[in-house]
Design a protein around this ligand. Structure first.
Ligand code: HEC
Ligand code: HEC
Ligand code: HEC
Ligand code: HEC
Ligand code: HEC
Length: 390
């Protein structure tokens, strides 16, 4: 078994070699408090259905649309959301038993594996730091090999200070995006539209910036594991484990440039980022609203443009990518793309105010999914600008 690679894309996983002493991130916090406290605020921590209403509702929605047991969908999605799930054999008998609410020793065993406590920490320390090797095949599918024993992979040369675990250096902590793309590039399920494409978008942009440069911030000098054997401590370059994303005001603010061509009455919105905006999960929407303002400051008209990938069912209704029959349109910002918006000729307007908002889930889809928590449904202001029309 030792040399087998586990293909992330398949819902059939190897018994994931869980070294129980490394399962609980709280243990790491004893020596790596900063990493732990930051990670706990990140969406990586919230990638289990017990911590994420939107994810949970999406699983239920996909299950009901495909007539599968929700557990079956959960296992499919877990390949990235909870990759150390141990379910190895999810067959038709299980689905059948679940749909008719029958309990067998087999369903009991699988349910226990799905409900395992350690999975509730989502994408936690023992996932990224227990990866021994990452391979990409010619179709761009990633597979990984887990580390064994007491090894912990990271960016540094071996350290004699770490006694609780060994340390091993791995290249993907230092160079490239492979570590992130295991999950941020790939198929969410068997539907060809259920695709996460941030890696390919980034490659097309020809950027030299890595995911970690923007999402883990600039490296800082610090002692890694500050409380342990301080006399041997080396100063290291460490990065934030907040994995800042759409919850981060500053990051959202830094996404676009907005300018105005007064002669042609055109707005120009430029994506400063090396991947699509929005990228990743197909339910995201970015929306630009233009307010036309009169001399007395009244808003006399508005114009709204939504930027998203719109996935549809056979009847044309908007849906999640995982169960879509087609992609109706995709006007998301490509890497570094500039888009022009022609203004409406509004009589009496002297100024315009442009506001760009980020929606973690499209409002139409939120309704269908029954997601109501403001954490997911509140729109977030990314950037706002005012221009004189004349
Ligand atoms: C008893 C203290 C202790 C605990 C508990 C601990 N570590 Fe460490 N860890 C260290 C020390 C000490 C180092 C080496 C620091 C150095 O030399 O800069 C280290 C280094 C690391 C590194 C860097 C490895 C490299 O070579 O780049 C990673 C990653 C890491 N630990 C992850 C973890 C994770 C994940 C856990 C929880 C499963 C954990 N540690 C638990 C003390 C600890
Ligand atoms: C094991 C799979 C996996 C790996 C490896 C992984 N991620 Fe993630 N990441 C996820 C999942 C799943 C989510 C969404 C969690 C949720 O919200 O339910 C996520 C969310 C994020 C977010 C938040 C996005 C948002 O909408 O705000 C950022 C940023 C991010 N990851 C960056 C990274 C970076 C950088 C790396 C590489 C160092 C990385 N990820 C590696 C699975 C992974
Ligand atoms: C190939 C890996 C992968 C698979 C498989 C996968 N996801 Fe994801 N998922 C991600 C990543 C990475 C993110 C973060 C991207 C982002 O924020 O846009 C994410 C984000 C999400 C989000 C947004 C969560 C939030 O907190 O805003 C939802 C909902 C979601 N996935 C549902 C699903 C469902 C349902 C399935 C199974 C049908 C699934 N995913 C399968 C990688 C995956
Ligand atoms: C130049 C800085 C930069 C780099 C490099 C970068 N990102 Fe982002 N990323 C952003 C910004 C800004 C946002 C917020 C705007 C947005 O939502 O797209 C973002 C958003 C995201 C999101 C949230 C999903 C969403 O709504 O769009 C995910 C997931 C993500 N990035 C993953 C990645 C991955 C994976 C890589 C590496 C392949 C990467 N990013 C490289 C700046 C960057
Ligand atoms: C999504 C992947 C991912 C997860 C989850 C993750 N890390 Fe890391 N970790 C990284 C990357 C990438 C680096 C290297 C950062 C850099 O470029 O220096 C790193 C670096 C480290 C280091 C070296 C010092 C530093 O902070 O840069 C320690 C220690 C560490 N991680 C501990 C942890 C602990 C503890 C957890 C859980 C609470 C954790 N990591 C969760 C990806 C991850």
């Amino acid at each position: 078994m030792k040399n087998l690679y586990f293909i992330l894309i398949l819902p059939i996983l190897l018994l994931a070699n869980i070294n129980s002493q490394f399962q609980d991130p709280k243990l790491c916090s004893a020596c790596h408090k900063d990493e732990y406290n930051s990670w706990k605020k990140s969406l990586h921590y919230k990638s289990h259905d017990s911590k994420n209403e939107l994810y949970k509702a999406s699983i239920n929605y996909v299950a009901s649309r495909t007539n599968k047991a929700r557990e079956e969908i959960l296992v499919e999605c877990a390949t990235c959301h909870n990759p150390k799930i141990e379910v190895v054999n999810m067959d038709q008998n299980y689905t059948f038993a679940k749909l008719f609410d029958i309990q067998t020793s087999k369903t009991k065993q699988i349910d226990e594996q799905i409900g395992a406590d350690h999975l509730k920490n989502g994408v936690s320390c023992y996932i990224c730091h227990r990866i021994d090797d990452i391979q990409e095949d010619k179709n761009g599918k990633y597979s990984i090999k887990w580390l064994h024993g007491n090894d912990m992979a990271g960016p540094f040369e071996s350290s004699s200070r770490a006694e609780f675990h060994n340390t091993v250096q791995r290249e993907y902590f230092i160079k490239g995006d492979k570590l992130c793309l295991i999950c941020h590039q790939g198929q969410g399920d068997n539907n060809k539209f259920g695709q996460y494409n941030t890696g390919k978008e980034t490659q097309a942009s020809k950027t030299t910036k890595r995911c970690v440069d923007c999402h883990m911030g600039e490296p800082k000098e610090a002692v890694n594991a500050p409380h342990i054997a301080t006399n041997q401590a080396e100063i290291r370059r460490v990065r934030s484990h907040l994995f800042i994303g759409s919850q981060d005001k500053k990051l959202l603010e830094d996404t676009f440039n907005i300018s105005f061509n007064q002669a042609q009455k055109k707005l120009i919105i430029e994506n400063k980022i090396s991947h699509n905006v929005p990228t990743g999960f197909g339910g995201r929407v970015v929306e630009a609203t233009i307010f036309y303002i009169a001399k007395n400051k009244d808003i006399i008209s508005t114009q709204t443009v939504a930027f998203k990938a719109k996935y549809i069912l056979a009847n044309g209704k908007e849906t999640l990518s995982y169960v879509a029959n087609g992609l109706e349109s995709d006007n998301r910002f490509k890497p570094f793309e500039k888009k022009e918006i022609a203004l409406h000729p509004i009589k009496g307007a002297e100024q315009i105010k442009v506001a760009i908002y980020y929606h973690r889930i499209s409002p139409n889809l939120a309704l269908d999914l029954g997601v109501i928590d403001g954490e997911f449904t509140d729109e977030k202001l990314m950037i706002e600008r005012i221009f004189n029309l004349y």
